[in-house]
Design a protein around this ligand. Structure first.
Ligand SMILES: Nc1ncnc2c1ncn2[C@@H]1O[C@H](COP(=O)(O)OP(=O)(O)OP(=O)(O)O)[C@@H](O)[C@H]1O
Length: 501
């Protein structure tokens, strides 16, 4: 029963002075309620302003999504942000918005510039068909995620975090509501191939359980999405995979298979794979779960670098409260609904990131403490002695053939071999079992024959290009020869004439 209804009952029951007293009380409570509403409205407005611009100094203007803003606008927005400092309740690091039953309002709250909205989730429901009633994992979630933003999703266990992430990654569909991702509106009728294309070209996904293909090396795992995309030549793919591994500080482990890597290293390879197709949106499901603090730091540093240097928008589900301040915004999910939203104060975030970089710099430069450098690893020692290509005994190859080759020949051969091996591994359902279900979905590996088709198509394209180039070269060479011939004949004619004269 509400306060006012309690008082109104009192009015009927009481007489004279009591009525006046109760009326006064009623007025007081009404005023209180009005003030409360005003305050709430003010809070929402403040959040609106703060969100209206996350002018992050850490974004480099050239790469960030905000780079296109004029400096005047940026300054203005920065000011608004500063104004928001300390207005937060509860955390002291930012601004909190209670969204109890106000999902629609929340959706409007983040409305800054619709062109910069990368993900738009509107009143999304998800009910898993289980038993008579089913399980309601999401119950009307609405939110917008902006380009270049890092959003952390926290919440109670079973609150619907993974479900929301999977829906944003289009590896799961919602039961009700609408969704727009990277400019594509997703409905129940959106065909699978379109979703697969969206995933392949615009979204990267880091799964909770790495989901690396066990038979492939780190380099091959990173290369896999590029084969599926079919845009790059073999050489370009290899080079890009190498560059990506270097960017996640894993270039010294490119020939290691997942069983030879630590948890942190596996996660870094997974991240390299997830960004191999240059996604706009990176979805991460507990990327630091089960990692020690050093590896957590390295992974977080990488994610921040990806956001700052490449403008990748990141949405990360996590349980670790210590990671909260690395995000621009924090969303809380409870029982399938958004219960709170925080905007992390830019100053606090910047400080936290600075500390992270200092920390990681320290142990990444120090060889003995460097988690990337394992002194006891015999492979590492061997590598240090002499740069040699080593082969795993379990691999299906004949090392004797390789012994007779020079180093560069070996590299070439091994590249060819690895490439075939990737396709073979992908074709073999053994590697795509239940544990790889999400991976299978994400990369649309349902029909593995498709891979061969894609591969053959790209090979054909490349061969055609090569043939054209060769033809052009040949023609040019022929033209040159003709010209030379003509010159020769004219000079010889000239000399003949001279002689005749
Ligand atoms: N495939 C499924 N079939 C039936 N119910 C499911 C399925 N997947 C998830 N659920 C249910 O949906 C709800 C939300 O699950 P979800 O995995 O999204 O939660 P979560 O917030 O990620 O939890 P956690 O933090 O523990 O990983 C849970 O109650 C869960 O039991």
């Amino acid at each position: 029963m509400s306060i006012s209804s309690v008082h109104s009952q009192k009015i009927i029951l009481s007489s004279g002075d009591e009525v006046i007293q109760t009326k006064n009380k009623l007025n007081k409570t009404n005023n209180k309620n009005k003030n409360k509403n005003k305050k709430k409205h003010k809070d929402v407005l403040e959040t609106k302003n703060i969100n209206k611009f996350k002018n992050n100094e850490l974004f480099s203007p050239s790469t960030s999504s905000l780079g296109s803003l004029s400096s005047k606008k940026r300054k203005k927005k920065g000011k608004v942000n500063e104004k928001g400092t300390g207005t937060g309740t509860g955390t002291g690091t930012g601004t909190e918005t209670e969204t109890d039953g106000e999902e629609k309002k929340l959706l409007d709250t983040f409305g800054v510039d619709d062109e910069k909205v990368l993900v738009e989730v509107e009143n999304v429901h998800k009910t898993y068909l289980l038993g008579i009633d089913g399980v309601a994992a999401l119950r009307g979630v609405s939110l917008k995620i902006f380009q270049g933003e890092m959003v952390a999703i926290y919440g109670t266990s079973g609150g619907g975090k993974t479900t929301l992430l999977n829906i944003m990654g289009t590896i799961d569909s919602c039961s009700k509501g609408s969704l727009k991702i990277c400019g594509t509106r997703i409905t129940g009728r959106t065909p699978d191939y379109e979703l697969a294309k969206l995933r392949r070209d615009h979204i990267g996904f880091v799964f909770q359980s790495f989901n690396l293909l066990t038979s492939l090396t780190a380099l091959e795992n990173v290369e896999m999405p590029m084969i599926l995309q079919g845009k790059l030549s073999r050489k370009e793919r290899k080079q890009r995979a190498r560059d990506l591994l270097r960017s996640v500080y894993m270039d010294d482990r490119e020939k290691h298979v997942p069983s030879q890597l630590s948890g942190g290293q596996l996660q870094r390879v997974t991240i390299a794979r997830s960004i191999s197709n240059n996604p706009e949106l990176l979805l991460l499901d507990e990327p630091t779960a089960d990692l020690d603090s050093e590896n957590t730091d390295i992974v977080m540093r990488m994610l921040i670098e990806l956001q700052q240097n490449h403008g990748i928008t990141e949405v990360m589900v996590t349980h670790e409260m210590a990671l909260r301040d690395y995000a621009n915004r924090v969303i809380w999910l409870r029982d399938g609904k958004i219960s709170k939203v925080y905007t992390i104060d830019e100053k606090v975030r910047k400080k936290k990131i600075q500390k992270l970089f200092e920390r990681t710099d320290k142990f990444m430069n120090k060889q003995e403490n460097n988690p990337l450098f394992d002194k006891n690893d015999p492979k590492e020692r061997r590598k240090k002695k002499k740069e040699k290509i080593t082969f795993n005994k379990t691999e299906i190859r004949n090392p004797i053939d390789y012994k007779q080759l020079t180093n560069s020949q070996r590299d070439m051969k091994s590249n060819d071999f690895n490439h075939k091996k990737i396709l073979k591994a992908l074709q073999n359902s053994k590697y795509l079992d239940e544990s790889n279900k999400n991976l299978k979905w994400f990369y649309n590996l349902k029909s593995n024959d498709e891979l061969y088709k894609v591969e053959r198509r790209t090979e054909k394209k490349n061969n055609k290009k090569k043939k054209k180039k060769k033809k052009k070269k040949k023609n040019n060479a022929l033209d040159d020869i003709k010209l030379l011939d003509m010159n020769n004949s004219s000079t010889s004619l000239g000399s003949q004439n001279e002689l005749e004269i």
